[in-house]
Ligand binder design. Structure first.
Ligand SMILES: [Zn+2]
Length: 111
C-alpha cells in the first residue's frame, strides 16, 4: 500500500443507516450495510459465494420473507490499514482494508 492510498478521515452513519466514509482525498463514499455484508472479505463468506447454490430446493418460496435490515453496529480499526465491521446480523469476521472499502461500488450520493 503506497502513501498515496486515501485513508478514512471520518466515519458517519446516515439517517438511512448507511455508512458514510470521508476519505483523506476529499471523496465521500456512501455504503449500505447490506452491501458491506455481502462484500465480506473473510474466507468463510468468500467460500460461500463460490459455492453454487444448486443444492437449494427449486420449490423454495421466494419473497414471502422480508429480509431483516442489516445495520452496522461498529467499526474497529485493525492496524492502520483496515477495519473490522460488526453488523447487527451476519458475519463479523471480515477485515475490510481501506483499499477494499474504497473499491466497493458505492450508492450514488444526491447532491
Ligand atoms: Zn465473512
Amino acid at each position: 500500500m503506497s502513501d498515496l492510498t486515501p485513508v478514512p478521515k471520518g466515519l458517519e452513519r446516515t439517517s438511512e443507516g448507511h455508512l458514510l466514509i470521508r476519505w483523506s482525498d476529499g471523496h465521500s463514499q456512501m455504503l449500505p450495510p447490506k452491501m458491506l455484508l455481502d462484500a465480506c472479505p473473510c474466507a468463510t463468506c468468500r467460500e460461500k459465494k463460490e459455492t453454487p447454490t444448486a443444492t437449494e430446493s427449486p420449490l423454495k418460496i421466494v419473497g414471502s420473507v422480508r429480509p431483516e435490515p442489516v445495520s452496522v453496529m461498529s467499526m474497529t480499526p485493525v492496524g492502520n490499514y483496515a477495519y473490522t465491521i460488526s453488523f447487527s446480523k451476519g458475519c463479523n469476521k471480515g477485515i475490510y482494508t481501506f483499499e477494499y472499502l474504497r473499491d466497493l461500488e458505492e450508492e450514488s450520493v444526491e447532491t
